[in-house]
Design a protein around this ligand. Structure first.
Ligand SMILES: *Cc1c(COP(=O)(O)O)cnc(C)c1O
Length: 341
């Protein structure tokens, strides 16, 4: 395979089609055999369920090079399991963990040259997704589905240095109680775009969504979970049935508890508590941890003690440990790093 022509230092987070992607189709009540294709386009009927009633779920994970030159993914089995949960909630036929893992491995192996070198801090971002491809006009689940998985090379999230961000408390809600906030579905994102653009227009980096029922508890942003650190060093993560169960957050909780001997509280967090924390951050696959320096709720400003210059020491320790495990310089729990041969 010829080497690809990419300036790794200029990579941001945008879509660039690469050589091969995985496709499998569900028809007549079963999943067909999946395989690789070089065609990046999807041809759909005008009445496909995804186009009419938004039946779609997705995942996001990264493949990258370790310091010693191996090609790995981080806990892909967790993405497979979460996509099964997401699919069930939208009445879609789940993709088995086995097929999901095979799709990840095949796409990574077939696109090795598109994985940024270790030194760049970049990764091959992988996007598995499942959508209704069969026609539906009466409101019901489709009879046909497609599962695809493509990759796109992305640069280091902190290329220009780590700077704490400023967040506003959104006047919009993200996910209803007993709704779909806990699944990774495109529909949750479609309805968050207006809030996102509004926050940006007003000069903020991101939104903090509150629980819609009482608007007193912290939920999450449009695409990342919150982390807080108390003055005594305890890690606090908001708990709610409508927060997306971030794999990064769950991994950080395990690291904090089992490896760093920290105290961890996973519980409802009141908005009024936010100003009392020593550190705050967002977590997700894209950045691992992005520090938050300030939360603004109209006239009320919650300044986080760690300030606007750098990530606080506790979050930095958690960040370094998780990155070390991912890059193979720190030994993590068994099975977290999956090598693609
Ligand atoms: C994907 C996602 C996250 C982050 O999850 P990770 O598994 O850590 O990448 C957080 N919140 C929402 C709403 C998401 O869609």
């Amino acid at each position: 395979m010829s080497k690809v022509n990419v300036d790794w230092s200029k990579l941001g987070f945008s879509y660039q089609p690469i050589s091969q992607r995985y496709v499998a189709n569900y028809k007549d009540g079963k999943w067909g055999k999946g395989g690789l294709t070089d065609n990046p386009n999807v041809t759909l009927n005008e009445c496909a369920g995804i186009l009419q009633y938004c039946q779609e779920v997705f995942e996001g994970l990264k493949a990258y090079k370790t310091k010693d030159g191996r090609t790995v993914t981080f806990r892909p089995d967790m993405n497979a399991k979460r996509m099964i949960d997401s699919a069930k909630r939208l009445e879609m036929p789940p993709v088995s963990e086995e097929m999901f893992m095979e799709a990840v491995d095949q796409v990574v192996a077939a696109n090795r040259d598109w994985i940024p070198p270790f030194e760049t801090g970049g990764a091959l971002y992988l996007r598995p997704y499942l959508f209704a491809s069969g026609p539906v006009i009466g409101v019901k689940p489709s009879d046909e589905y497609q599962f695809r998985l493509f990759g796109t090379p992305v640069g280091s999230y902190f290329k220009n240095g780590v700077k704490p961000i400023t967040i506003c408390v959104s006047d919009f809600d993200r996910a209803a109680p007993r709704g779909t906030g806990h699944i990774k579905a495109g529909l949750n994102y479609a309805m968050s775009l207006h809030a996102y653009i509004t926050a940006h227009t007003n000069g903020f980096d991101e939104n903090m969504f509150l629980d819609p029922a009482t608007r007193t508890y912290v939920e999450e942003t449009g695409g990342a979970n919150f982390l807080f650190v108390k003055k005594d060093g305890t890690l606090v993560t908001p708990k709610s049935d409508s927060i997306l169960p971030s794999i990064t957050r769950r991994s950080l909780i395990t690291i904090a508890t089992d490896m760093l001997g920290m105290k961890v509280e996973h519980r409802p967090v009141k908005l009024t508590e936010v100003g009392d924390f020593a550190e705050a951050g967002l977590c997700g696959t894209a950045a691992v941890i992005c520090p938050v320096g300030k939360v603004v709720d109209h006239d009320k400003v919650y300044n986080i003690a760690s300030g606007m210059e750098k990530m606080g020491p506790v979050l930095q320790k958690l960040y370094d440990t998780l990155r070390g495990i991912q890059l193979g310089t720190i030994e993590g729990p068994a099975g977290w790093v999956h090598e693609v041969k």
